[in-house]
Design a protein around this ligand. Sequence first.
Ligand code: UMP
Ligand code: MG
Length: 185
Amino acid sequence: MLILVDQDGVLADFEHRLYQTWQQATPTHEHPGVAPHERRHFYAKDDYPEHLRDAVQRIYTAPGFFRNLPPIDGALDALQAMLARGHDVRICTSPLTLYQNCVGEKYEWVDRHLGAEWVARMVVTKDKTLVHGDILIDDKPHVTGARTPTWQHVVYNQPYNQQAPGLRLHWGNWQEILGTHPGWD
Ligand code: UMP
Ligand code: MG
């Protein structure tokens, strides 16, 4: 199978780093920050009051934010295990439109945590429906674009996507979930 795996919120822990940076950078009387388990909207900004949204955006557009995201537990091992099982695995990620720090640092992150072989497996696109695949593992509740996708979306389980229907995967159950797919064996 051709398996597309999203980066932010699936491999790289955007949420914890954003919360941690918010807490370090903002006086608590202004806003204590939204803890990862309290997040309800896909875009973190939308979980903050309107007047603080620019401040949230400044955190994840700043130099070093994407480069220093911690890997989500189990993610890197799972990628290697899928590859070892004979699947074609690609990292399929959408860049910020404010791309200046995001794009290069996404590549650096993959190089640092997975190596050059995986840098060559990156597909960076604003529209994942234009990418072929059998499965897309992604934390976004609804992945839409210009075409009807060839892949089946398997939702990577996060507090902010509980409303999404269908199979829910995390790095603790991924073998069971993907094992039910006809192309797995
Ligand atoms: N993103 C935001 N705000 C958030 C979370 C993510 O703008 O609160 C950006 C970061 C990435 C993109 O550029 O959205 C998420 O990409 P995917 O994980 O959907 O590929
Ligand atoms: Mg994501």
